[in-house]
Design a protein around this ligand. Sequence first.
Ligand code: ADP
Length: 563
Amino acid sequence: MNQQVILEGRYLWRDAAGRVIETPEEMFWRVARAVAAAEARFGADSKTVAAWAERFFALMAALDFLPNSPTLINAGRQGGQLAACFVLPVEDSIEAIFETLKQTALIHKSGGGTGFDFSRLRPKGDPVQSTGGVASGPVSFMRIFNAATEEVKQGGVRRGANMGILRVDHPDIFGFVACKEKEGEMRNFNISVAVTEEFFGAYAADKDFPLRFGGRVYRSVPARELFDYIVAHAHATGEPGLLFLDAVNRANPTPALGRIEATNPCGEQPLLPYESCNLGSVNLAQMVKERSVDWEKLRTVVRDAVRFLDDVVEVNSFPVPAIAAATRRTRKVGLGVMGWADLLFLLRIPYDSEAALQLAAELMGFIRAEARAASRQLASERGTFPAWDKSVYYPDLPLRNATLTTIAPTGSISGIAGVSSGIEPVFALSYTRTVFDRKKLLVVNKPFLAYLAANFPEAQREAILNAVYRNGTLEGVTELPPEDRAIFKTALEIAPEWHLRMQAAFQQATDNAVSKTINLPETATQADVAAIFRAAHALGLKGLTVYRTGSRKDQPLALPANC
Ligand code: ADP
């Protein structure tokens, strides 16, 4: 039922009069056939292509795996653009900026999200030679991107999403950190400060930190003052997040092609300029057999999913030639997971436990190993990614894809699958969800319902559910034994440290990055946020988003803005 509402809202194709013209099953066939068509390019005969289409169909129809939304929506369409994640360069000239703006509009129109590092733009007040005037600076140009995004609706339904990044040492960093201070401002951007080891070094030593551009130091500020300024804003509004540039570049698989400076809108996909990446997620709630992980099923799903994602790179129509070239050079894909909290419910493991952290590391390690094995197999059939001989894998590990794993937020596809999103704990055991700004859906966590059905007679079950509907948690529910209450905790009942440690456990075994919100109670202080920033750095995370309850009015679930 919920699945149908979500699919009708944006995924199922419609005729010119706006009538839905396909069923979910037909949608999965459309996607499966369009993606399997790639197999023919590598010499498969029509029977083999059809066999792969059937296999891909089964994978999606069983809800064992779903690709990112653009693939579900656009596959099979002439010129269908299938990737969710893009990074574009922003160079310091009017021509280049507006060229990037145009490319951004094309990507948004196709359903993709864009990320930018604005650090190459000269600071506000710098001279502009050609006009004799002064530059308006990165934040001003971001406003133009924000306004353009407002007007480009994807298929007439939703707006695009952007990630705006500025280096911590850019002279305009204070203005950037404050650019979302007022609610509603820059609402089509998530923002992140790109922090460096140099900055953390200056912070630890309580030193001044130089802000510079074009090789010139503009001024120096106490590192602590800048750090505290970032913390104060993250505490007040949830933004900016942090992007740990050096950690990201330590994991850059192709340093010879350039440094990574930005990510996609939700932060889970660091990319080189012009690269795109298509994502897909394994539904962990379906990878269970007799109260343990069904490793054999997981292996098969992961291997098929990697083939699917590599086929997507093959059949994708890219919005501009530079994106096609950069993407085909590295063939990055991002396989991740959804339904992690549901899996823990089914296995009866509390989210905030060492056992959960251990399973996270083991599970994601398994997925990465199997994904690499599949990519290696593809490399032997189809060749390595073209930049392989310039990559960190050369010469020992021939791979078809420069990256294989990414943990996406799965904001929409987890709704289609009817499971908890990404690796987040459940936001509530029951809640109403607004989809597409209109329909309200009542969602009750399925493993929780199954648990109630297995353990309580109907009358008692109803009493428990009625209590749960009131605030979404087990608060005030006395029927459950304490060991069971510990399992069914929601995001805010889990201490921030556990959120962070869970992110780190998954990051350890993920090529790209991990989408995760560190939820804080309303009472959390700036010092709490500062401690989390420091811990995230010490844990070697690639990025960080915090969200304190009530700090933004318009918060769709516990996900970053826009996504
Ligand atoms: P989905 O569940 O729809 O597949 P996710 O919530 O996992 O998508 O988000 C994955 C990525 O998709 C985001 O990081 C971003 O790059 C892109 N994305 C998400 N929402 C939007 C949006 N409104 N506009 C453009 N891109 C988006």
